[in-house]
Design a protein around this ligand. Structure first.
Ligand SMILES: Cc1cc2nc3c(=O)[nH]c(=O)nc-3n(C[C@H](O)[C@H](O)[C@H](O)COP(=O)(O)O)c2cc1C
Length: 392
């Protein structure tokens, strides 16, 4: 089979995930006005909404400034039905056997809805706070050992392991995960050292939202590394979304989102990210805009405004549902089959994405399913089958 034949076709469905903002949310970046605290009742509102709306899952970020993703996902799993949880696995921060036991427990509690995002971290200042002092590439060597132990334990082995970073004797997991041999591993590092780990151990390779050419290049490199090991990866992209009925409305919303960010805040944030971080992925994101407000449209409908003050996912697709769907089809044509979206504020933007964008992508929005055949102010007198036909 040719490489092209292995790629998803543009008519294939996109797996659409959303994001739980465990470090806070709001209507404006760089401002306390209309800010929402990072609290479980709000996360619950978002999780239950996106579960109903037909999103496949949610990513929970990890880091010093985030509410703990494992505890949060555990709580959310008990109040949702279908939603999957992409939770960070942190080599170097926890022991692999302990992480394997937690994995099995959360996979059982959620009835097989757990996915793991392997995060070694890209900020040595933050990592020092967690007791991790290894340099960039060595963090990945440690991750290699961590994932080897984690996978073998969850696959049912009783394990003796002696490596450079870990030693385990008689390790075992008595209560297995629901998913066999273990919940899928996802991964989002952009460096060569990171891609080697992705190729060896993981199932889905993630990238932040760069222009299509950059994504295609990264995807191809990762694909080749996996193929050299006889393995295949799936690919996902992490983007913010500002979708409105008209293009003018969408760009006005983008401008509004950063209307309260000062130049001093941008300068300070960019300086801090550049000085502290050793993440290749973060460097690629920052280079898109160079910290300049006048360089934010980095490709058609791709806006880098969020990255002025936020690390990680720094770009948004901005436009009408048709425009944004077209851009996603372009990513899909280079191998992406999964999207992890977000938008400020995350509750309202989840509804906008589901109501405006899902129809353009052919994704079922569960709330559009019609119940009782009532005539009301939304249907202006239409009944039963007529309503169903109009909505489909
Ligand atoms: C979709 C996605 C989600 C990520 N989530 C996190 C996160 O929650 N916390 C974190 O510290 N890093 C996160 N990262 C960063 C990477 O996992 C990685 O640690 C960092 O980019 C350094 O690796 P690199 O130099 O190989 O790019 C994420 C990356 C991607 C693409």
């Amino acid at each position: 089979m040719s490489v092209t034949a292995l790629r998803p076709g543009i008519a294939d469905p996109i797996h659409f995930f959303w994001f739980i903002p465990t470090h806070g949310d709001g209507s404006y970046l760089g401002s306390e006005r209309q800010q929402r605290p990072a609290e479980f009742p709000y996360f619950k509102q978002i999780a239950q909404a996106v579960d109903q709306l037909g999103f496949e899952g949610v990513l929970l970020p990890t880091g010093q400034s985030c509410e703990d993703s494992w505890i949060t996902a555990t709580g959310l799993a008990t109040v949702t039905e279908r939603l999957k949880f992409l939770v960070a696995l942190r080599p170097g921060v926890v022991s692999p056997s302990f992480a394997a036991r937690q994995t099995a427990a959360l996979d059982r509690l959620s009835n097989g809805r757990l996915l793991l995002n392997v995060v070694v971290g890209g900020n040595p200042v933050e990592l020092a706070g967690d007791g991790v002092f290894l340099p960039h590439d060595e963090r990945y060597l440690q991750a290699d050992e961590f994932l080897t132990i984690w996978r073998r334990l969850l696959s049912g082995e009783t394990l003796d392991f002696r490596g450079k970073y870990y030693r385990v004797e008689g390790g075992r997991i008595d209560f297995p995960p629901v998913q066999s041999p273990h919940p899928p591993l996802w991964f989002g590092g952009s460096s060569d050292a990171g891609q080697e780990i992705a190729a060896e151990h993981t199932d889905v390779y993630l990238t932040w939202g760069e222009p299509v050419a950059g994504v295609a290049e990264k995807v191809e490199r990762a694909r080749q590394r996996a193929a050299a090991r006889g393995r295949k990866l799936r690919f996902g992209i992490r983007l913010h979304f500002i979708v409105r009925e008209t293009e003018e409305e969408a760009w006005a919303a983008a401008d509004r989102l950063i209307s309260r960010v000062s130049d001093a805040q941008i300068e300070a944030a960019q300086k801090r990210f550049a000085e502290q971080m050793d993440s290749v992925g973060q460097k690629r994101m920052a280079e898109l805009h160079g910290g300049r407000r006048d360089r934010l449209v980095v490709a058609p409908n791709l806006w880098a405004g969020v990255g002025l003050v936020r690390t990680g996912a720094g770009t948004a697709l901005v436009g009408t549902p048709e425009q944004v769907a077209e851009r996603l089809r372009e990513y899909q044509a280079v191998g992406i089959d999964t999207v992890i979206g977000s938008g400020y504020p995350h509750l309202e933007e989840a509804y906008r994405v589901a109501e405006l964008l899902f129809p353009a992508l052919g994704i079922e929005n569960r709330l559009r399913r019609l119940g009782a055949a009532v005539a009301n102010e939304f249907t202006v007198g239409r009944h039963g089958r007529e309503r169903v036909a109009a909505a489909s």
